[in-house]
Design a protein around this ligand. Structure first.
Ligand code: 5RP
Length: 264
């Protein structure tokens, strides 16, 4: 691996081998998602706990301070919306020149394995890998399921993660699942990070699944709604940071959450 690629990956993955990415890219198909109406305000209290920001070029330019001292993962696939025909019908949205101009540490591309647009989105990933590898820029594959949330089970996720890695993704983002998540991770030859999906019923549930996923081999999280839609977003981010980087148990993280959320 070349120096540039290693350097960018080391900005994203801390020396302990773990990572906490903060995704605020949801508007690219969901519009002004709840609690993300003003992305710049949403991230202000959170960035101190995270290792990188996952964002589109539009929000990056208009809402994120260029002096932000965190690496940027640029969302570079899209072209669909919640009210359109099919969320899977994505293309590539951002040129290599733009990726370089915006000083991205990595890019993220969604793949929709098993969908009508499987081939198109897998080739989007492969094309972005072809372009970015030449410049030492890692590509993170996002194994997306669109509205088919029932796909979030181990056999499907293992298939999607492995295919994304085979096509050249340096990191794969996928969903945690209750059963056999260790098999999803074991079948993927590159690091796996967990997305959160729609908001869980309680903070405890979030802490539990993140802790479980890390025990089963994931290197970290790319968790959005379960952080910034929580009633105490900064407390949740701090508690997750403790699980990821400080080896906190679920109980310890729960105490950190409680203490941080009651602090004025
Ligand atoms: C949206 C994404 C998000 O980055 C990903 O889903 C993580 O966010 P959340 O934890 O809210 O699911 O790729 O397309």
């Amino acid at each position: 691996m070349d120096w540039g690629m290693k350097n960018r990956l080391s900005q994203l993955i801390r020396p302990d081998g773990r990572c906490f990415f903060m995704p605020i890219d949801h508007g690219y198909f969901q519009g002004p998602t709840s609690c993300l109406e003003r992305p710049g305000e949403t991230i202000k209290p959170l960035m101190q706990y995270c290792d990188a920001l996952f964002v589109t070029r539009g929000v990056l330019r208009s809402c994120v301070d260029p002096a932000l001292n965190k690496p940027i993962i640029l969302r570079v696939s899209g072209g669909t919306s919640m009210v359109g025909k099919d969320l899977a019908d994505e293309g590539l949205t951002t040129s290599l020149n733009e990726i370089i101009r915006l000083n991205a540490a990595a890019v993220g591309v969604s793949v929709f394995v098993g969908s009508e647009y499987e081939k198109q989105t897998l080739l989007n990933l492969a094309e972005m890998v072809n372009r970015c590898e030449d410049h030492g820029i890692p590509v993170m594959a996002v194994t997306a399921v669109g509205k088919e949330v029932e796909k979030r089970e181990a056999r499907y996720l293992a298939l999607a993660c492995r295919i994304a890695a085979e096509l050249g993704a340096r990191v794969v983002k996928t969903y945690w699942c209750e059963k056999d998540f260790d098999k999803v991770v074991a079948g993927c030859p590159v690091p796996v990070v967990m997305a959160g999906g729609p908001k869980c019923d309680s903070a405890q549930q979030v802490l539990e699944f993140v802790h479980d996923g890390l025990q089963k081999g994931a290197i970290g999280i790319n968790l959005g709604r379960n952080v910034w839609q929580d009633k105490s977003p900064a407390a949740m981010a701090r508690a997750l940071q403790a699980i990821i980087h400080e080896k906190a148990s679920v109980k310890q993280a729960g105490e950190i959450y409680k203490e941080s959320s009651t602090r004025k």
